[in-house]
Design a protein around this ligand. Structure first.
Ligand SMILES: Cc1ncc(COP(=O)(O)O)c(C=O)c1O
Length: 394
């Protein structure tokens, strides 16, 4: 057998033995109330998407995309792919985020990995939160900077690492998620910025999961906390609350120009299609002009937490749409996922390496699209699974 296929089989066997095989489920059709038809013909209530405001199926986004003059960008934005739709989107984003300049690119993953590799180099020191998203970790690796992980959301640990750095660095960059994608908690952004100011460090904040619903008009966690600063570079995505695809980097004008000139994942990639930019613009208008969607999302979060507490379910602390029910063993998380699937709810078990070993969990996400009755129904299904486990172990 050729060596590559042999290696593939060996690795696949290892993944299966560790119960870490990831399966894709085909989504057939979807409805505005967050239900989707699965391959077995059953409709299931989705509690695992990042469509926090229910905009992915909003006909106004589809109409905006259909109204754009091209479905493809035809080239990189450095060649002939920089369309007026992208230019308008960048200007509108700069106004929403309250920053001098914005650069739109292909996806949050592409921009995080490409941008951090520009912002820091071999002569620099990066401090990275222990629970940062994979795209941030990859950006740190690509930068070739020295990377020091600090304990999750722990300012004292970060400061201790800064104080004890073995060698001086030309520049220091603190890298963090704003809202952590698997735990649902928010980074201590004010404290991080304060520390960055005192140590003349720069701060890179990934608000993929907050942009669109948190803060005034969905402007995100930094704007919500009034944390504008020339030393901050921010990433926002359009694939989550905005219900589309794509992402943007935001910050001080010369830093964004530097990224435009150097970021390999925008330079050597096809630009975001005009149709996709038009959909993102339509979503931005909805986020700014219709606060009722974010208000409904907050109400669903509060309802879920109230009902879960009453049912004795132990959730991680989170006021965000991301709610984690820690189950520990991977097999246990998979069994709960399966139990919910059979009861008509789609929730994913999150396992290592996405989360640390021993912390497998259900990652439950709330959305403005979900009906109150479905949120209550999900909690009832979770309580049933918990009771069945207790009965088994008695
Ligand atoms: C925190 C965080 N950053 C970045 C990304 C990547 O964004 P995108 O889906 O636009 O590539 C994700 C996606 O899951 C994420 O959770």
């Amino acid at each position: 057998m050729p060596w590559l296929a042999e290696r593939a089989r060996a690795e696949l066997a290892d993944i299966a033995a560790a119960e870490r095989t990831r399966l894709r489920q085909t989504v057939g059709a979807s409805r505005a109330d967050g239900q989707v038809r699965c391959a077995d013909g059953q409709w299931r209530r989705v509690f695992c998407s990042n469509d926090y405001l229910g905009l992915a199926g909003d006909p106004r986004l589809a109409a905006a995309a259909a109204g754009a003059d091209a479905s493809g960008a035809r080239a990189s934005q450095h060649v002939c792919g920089y369309h007026a739709e992208q230019a308008a989107l960048e200007a509108e984003l700069a106004a929403v985020l309250g920053v001098p300049r914005v650069l739109v690119g292909g996806s949050g993953y592409a921009l995080n990995s490409g941008a951090i590799a520009v912002l820091a180099g071999a002569q620099d020191q990066i401090y990275s939160d222990a629970l940062n998203h994979a795209s941030l970790i990859d950006g740190c690796r690509l930068s070739r900077a020295r990377v020091q992980r600090y304990a999750h959301a722990d300012l004292a640990d970060l400061q201790a690492h800064m104080d004890s750095a073995a060698r001086p660095a030309a520049g220091q960059l603190i890298v963090t998620d704003a809202l952590f994608s698997m735990d649902g908690d928010v980074a201590p952004l004010a404290g991080l910025l304060d520390l960055a100011r005192r140590r003349d460090a720069a701060l890179y904040v990934d608000d993929a999961h907050g942009f669109g619903w948190a803060g005034p008009g969905g402007s995100g966690h930094l704007a919500a906390a009034g944390l504008a600063d020339a030393r901050v570079v921010q990433l926002v995505t359009f694939g989550k609350a905005l219900g589309g695809y794509g992402a943007a980097l935001a910050g001080e004008a010369d830093i964004i120009e530097w990224l435009l000139q150097r970021c390999r994942t925008t330079m050597f990639a096809t630009a975001l299609p005009p149709a996709v930019c038009a959909a993102a613009r339509a979503a931005l208008r909805i986020c700014a002009g219709e606060p009722e969607h974010a208000a409904r999302l907050r109400a669903r979060i509060a309802l879920f937490r109230r009902e879960a507490a009453a049912a004795g379910l132990r959730l991680l602390p989170s006021q965000s749409p991301i709610q984690a029910l820690l189950l520990g063993a991977e097999s246990r998380a998979l069994a709960w996922q399966q139990g919910l699937w059979q009861r008509g709810y789609w929730v994913n078990a999150i396992r290592p390496p996405t989360v640390p070993a021993g912390t497998a969990r259900l990652r439950i996400t709330l959305s403005a699209a979900q009906a109150e009755a479905d949120v209550r129904g999900l909690v009832a299904a979770l309580a049933e699974l918990q009771a069945a486990e207790t009965a088994l172990s008695a």
